[in-house]
Design a protein around this ligand. Structure first.
Ligand code: PHE
Length: 361
């Protein structure tokens, strides 16, 4: 039994992985297409530092797999993929080099003939998508003036709010956010919007960022500023991981003092089994693949299905219902929300394989 599980874990589950040294930049570029079973694979382009480019490959493989589940759970006719540009430690890109690497990324995506489309992610934004689009049409979230749907971070934050509302309803018996306290870990593009939306809702806030310069933003919204370590273990109702992944580990879980967790950071768990540790501690964890889908839901609705931004925003709000359903299933089955989410994603992929036509919009 165990050996079968190990074998399964070692199987190549990705349809296609492009690994190449950029012709212009010389930098390692990985484009991982996990699945096109539900439709074109989508997933952001990450420009980040890694000690070894192979760590970037590992990240791309994991993140693209998560994107397949994210799309399935969001009800999108898309599969999962991801691009990683693995920058050597300390490497800073000037404007010319940045353009070179983005054109390299564009060429790598073009070689996949539409099987995969990219979007913004850690280290990239709408302007970068416009640069990639000089080499391939498959780039979401170009600036509105360049014909795209623009920055997706605000829509991702709207989805996070819908998720936090559903989470509070399940955990505290009321969807009202105003009596609740939140610790927001990371005030980047999405985290900053989440902070504003929670402050508008009247919540009590503790926040942190590795960049001290974000302190003014915290002050403006009446949030208490702490350092990232204290923020992670703050005594609050809900922890909101909004920075890089991997914050929930066998080491950090015993130190947490929150009752529930939901945030937009991708890959919050260091390993799937950490969901069980959270469950054992009675901390309700909303799977990141559900919580963080607002950006892709909005971008695909507007750019692929030509819906208005208002209509797309209503779809983003559906994240609340999706999460409520998953939390309900998990409670009824006494399983973790992570298991319930995976189960639902797989169920949807099976259905889509059986009835492909019913599935397209
Ligand atoms: N960073 C986004 C995500 O992980 C990627 C994305 C956004 C892709 C918008 C397409 C459109 O979901």
């Amino acid at each position: 039994m165990l050996s079968a599980a190990v074998d399964a874990a070692r199987e190549l589950t990705h349809e296609r992985v492009v690994v190449q040294r950029g012709a212009r930049s010389g930098l390692p570029i990985v484009v991982a297409v996990h699945s096109t079973a539900l439709g074109q694979a989508i997933g952001g382009c990450r420009l980040a530092h890694y000690p070894d480019w192979r760590d970037g490959l590992t990240d791309a493989l994991r993140l693209s797999g998560a994107m397949s589940d994210k799309c399935a759970l969001a009800g999108l006719p898309n599969g999962g993929g991801k691009t990683v540009v693995a920058l050597p430690p300390g490497r800073v890109l000037d404007a010319v080099m940045r353009q070179s690497v983005l054109h390299d990324v564009g060429d790598a995506i073009a070689s996949l003939d539409g099987a995969y489309a990219t979007g913004p992610d850690v280290g990239t934004g709408p302007d970068d998508m416009a640069t990639i689009a000089e080499r391939t049409p498959y780039a979401f979230c170009r600036p509105v003036r360049a014909g795209g749907s623009g920055d997706s971070s605000e829509h991702t934050a709207v989805g996070v709010l819908a998720a936090l509302t559903a989470l509070c309803a399940e955990r505290f018996g009321s969807a009202d956010l105003s009596p609740r306290s939140f610790a927001v870990l990371g005030l980047g593009r999405v985290g900053g919007h989440v902070l504003r939306l929670l402050a508008d809702a009247g919540a009590t806030l503790v926040v942190s960022d590795v960049d001290e310069g974000k302190r003014a933003l915290a002050d403006r919204h009446g949030a208490t500023w702490t350092d990232p370590r204290d923020c992670l273990t703050a005594e609050v109702d809900v922890l909101v991981p909004a920075a890089l992944g991997g914050v929930l580990t066998p080491r950090s879980v015993p130190t947490l003092r929150c009752a529930a967790i939901a945030g937009p950071a991708n890959n919050q768990l260091d390993a799937p089994a950490t969901a069980d540790l959270l469950h054992e501690r009675g901390i309700l964890w909303a799977p990141d693949i559900v919580v963080s889908a607002g950006g892709i839901i909005h971008a695909t609705a507007v750019e692929l299905h030509h819906e208005t931004s208002e209509r797309a925003t209503v779809r983003v709000g559906g994240i609340g219902d999706t999460l409520a359903g998953i939390l309900h299933t998990a409670r009824a089955a006494n399983s973790t929300p992570a298991t319930a989410a995976r189960y639902r994603a797989e169920q949807r992929m099976r259905e889509a394989r059986r009835h492909p036509a019913a599935h397209r919009r």
